[in-house]
Design a binder for this molecule. Structure first.
Ligand SMILES: [Zn+2]
Length: 211
């Protein structure tokens, strides 16, 4: 099964993708994580995508190059979650071509529905551990990372208000039209992303027909 998680930044789709991938032994492909790793290692790709830290949208060409390369090495019979991709109409078409090439189709698109006000509150609370990558949604309650117990919690650079608002503008301009596109294809399910993470996990498995 090949599934796309669609939703604004901070809607919890990355967290849910990690949980589902680990429960089902699926592959989770996050373009955001791949780009952040590339920036950290200062690779050639990292140099090209540095603007993502300021909330910029990476060019379709670069994103498609990365995804094509990643998908080549994945066993698509197993189950794949695409998180943060596709983000534009050009990427939607690129993805269809990549999957055609492998005799596969997109099975489901899950849309994480959440209000902008709720999101801003959530994003401003979020921190990430610089040692192990653990993401905390209620960071004000913690001094140290609950996972590796180091005092290494940082606010992600793109989580500051101005950048959050810029990311929203980009999201609504380029990504929101994809919701309508996939809805017309009859493949889109919406879930309430303002609910507790455990409830979201359950709703997710229901719409994917896994329980
Ligand atoms: Zn940690």
């Amino acid at each position: 099964m090949i599934v796309v998680f669609l939703g604004p930044p901070g809607s919890g789709k990355g967290t849910q993708a990690k949980i589902l991938a680990s429960d089902m032994n699926w592959v989770h492909l996050s373009t955001g994580d791949l780009f952040r790793l590339a920036i950290q290692s200062n690779s050639e790709l990292g140099q090209k995508v540095k603007g993502i830290e300021q909330g910029a949208l990476i060019s379709d060409h670069l994103v498609l190059e990365l995804i094509t390369h990643q998908i080549e090495n994945i066993d698509l019979e197993k189950g794949l979650i695409l998180d943060g991709f596709p983000r534009t109409q050009a990427q939607v078409q690129g993805l269809e071509e990549i999957l055609n090439h492998r005799n596969q189709i997109l099975d489901h698109i899950v849309y994480f529905e959440i209000s902008e006000a709720h999101l801003i509150t959530r994003l401003l609370k979020r921190k990430v551990c610089s040692q192990c990558g653990f993401v905390l949604s209620q960071a004000e309650l913690h001094q140290e990372c609950p996972c590796c117990h180091q005092q290494a919690l940082l606010q992600r650079k793109d989580d500051q208000l101005k950048i959050i608002q810029d990311r929203f503008l980009l999201y609504y301009r380029y990504t929101q039209p994809l919701v309508d596109y996939y809805q017309r294809q009859g493949k889109l399910s919406k879930i309430d992303a303002e609910a507790d993470p455990s409830e979201v996990s359950l709703a997710l498995k229901k719409v994917l027909g896994l329980i």
